[in-house]
Design a protein around this ligand. Structure first.
Ligand code: PGA
Length: 278
């Protein structure tokens, strides 16, 4: 990446609902695509990004005349040697994004998915991360957050802030949460391991967009950005990020920040010049 990273800047944005918030997040990604010749878009898994991707695809297909290039690079994935790629809930995001953003001259997408040996896949993905970081003129990373413990990607409490790609054994709480979200409540269908980019990989982004909606995320959003920086709360690592951080919330997920810090921490979205802030 040759774009000089701006010094630390944190922008908190609050929207009436998830759809308005997702649309604004998508607008940030599209603006980054228009502004930077070679955009690396770090995609996240989970439910939070779904609407952001929908708006992003819609907006991207209205952009005319850009010659800029785009690479999607997914943060994490389940390790699931018995499933075909298409059966995994997170694989299809990338396929859909890649297939839908059809006007981009050079387009690529990367997902951890080769399960012959998880260790070999860790090595392969580290190589991809290094090569795509080098390729990009700007790296923008989307993140969701774990409701209870503030995990980002599959980086769990206790993980070092300088970590890179690694294999994770999922704890029972994560297995149950993911069973409810993606596997019809059946914990036996949830893979027991995942591969994830490390917090160190995430912190290399020029810009990070942290999105989280709903009441369940309210306390952890406050703790992550206004509490102690500690490996007990992985998302608190973002307080050390040397670049621009957008925290995109709805009324519910913003409620603890509003209660404890007041309205003044929020930037009015209408006053934000996205192009300038990147
Ligand atoms: P969610 O998951 O977007 O489905 O809430 C976020 C996470 O657990 O990282």
């Amino acid at each position: 990446m040759n774009q000089a990273t701006k010094n630390q800047e944190r922008i908190f944005l609050k929207f009436p609902d998830r759809d308005a918030a997702s649309k604004f997040a998508a607008e940030i990604f599209c603006t980054a695509y228009r502004k930077f010749e070679k955009l690396l878009f770090g995609t996240a898994t989970g439910q939070t990004p779904v609407k952001i991707y929908e708006h992003f695809i819609e907006m991207m297909n209205t952009i005319v005349g850009s010659e800029n290039d785009l690479i999607f690079r997914q943060l994490d994935n389940y390790i699931s040697p018995d499933s075909s790629e298409d059966n995994l809930p997170f694989y299809s995001y990338q396929t859909e994004l890649k297939n839908s953003v059809w006007k981009v001259p050079h387009l690529d997408a990367h997902v951890p998915h080769e399960w012959v040996s998880p260790d070999a896949e860790v090595g392969r993905y580290i190589t991809i991360i290094e090569a795509t970081n080098k390729w990009a003129s700007y790296f923008i990373q989307l993140l969701g957050i774990g409701d209870k413990d503030g995990h980002i990607a599959f980086n769990m409490p206790g993980d070092a802030f300088d970590s890179t790609v690694h294999v994770v054994d999922l704890n029972q709480e994560t297995i149950e949460a993911n069973a409810n979200k993606f596997f019809g409540g059946d914990t036996t269908k949830v893979p027991k391991q995942a591969i994830t980019s490390g917090i160190g990989d995430i912190l290399k982004a020029n810009a990070i967009i942290m999105a989280g909606f709903g009441k369940a995320k309210a306390d952890i959003m406050h703790r992550s950005f206004f509490g102690e920086v500690t490996t007990d709360v992985p998302a608190s690592a973002l307080q050390t990020h040397d670049g621009v951080l957008f925290v995109i919330l709805d009324e519910d997920s913003a409620s603890t920040i509003v209660e404890k810090e007041g309205e003044s921490v929020f930037t009015n979205p209408e006053d934000l010049d996205i192009w300038e802030s990147l």
